[in-house]
Design a protein around this ligand. Structure first.
Ligand SMILES: [Mg+2]
Length: 120
């Protein structure tokens, strides 16, 4: 499965997708369905971080197979929201992935992989 195929299938489970055209047309962040996806992305990222935190805190980083699967499930939830936010911005996930790799390659070439700032 490629990113765009995943994104197309993820779209079928988005209960608020009916207004996506409006989101794209208005190019505004003040639409509940879009904000739901952005907030959902941060929520699922938090769930992922919390599971990892507890493994580090309580088990010194040792994890069971069940915990590995639980972390992967949260990572999958993050992926779903990434697909949805990208979709609401009218951008195929393949394009998003390409943009990200190009940004990182440029930083590597310019020796700015480390440091701070979005535009380094
Ligand atoms: Mg979750």
């Amino acid at each position: 499965m490629d990113f765009d195929e995943y994104q197309a299938q993820a779209k079928t489970t988005d209960l608020g997708i009916k207004n996506m055209g409006e989101v794209i047309q208005k190019k505004t962040l003040n639409v509940p369905e879009f904000l739901d996806k952005v907030l959902g992305l941060t929520g699922e990222s938090g769930e992922l971080a919390d599971k990892v935190k507890k493994i580090l805190r309580d088990k010194h980083g040792d994890f069971t197979e069940e915990e590995r699967v639980a972390i992967l499930k949260e990572l999958g939830d993050v992926l779903w929201y990434v697909a949805e936010v990208s979709l609401y911005l009218d951008t195929p996930m393949s394009e998003l992935a390409k943009m990200n790799l190009e940004k990182l390659a440029s930083r590597k070439t310019r020796g700015t992989l480390v440091g701070a700032g979005d535009e380094r």
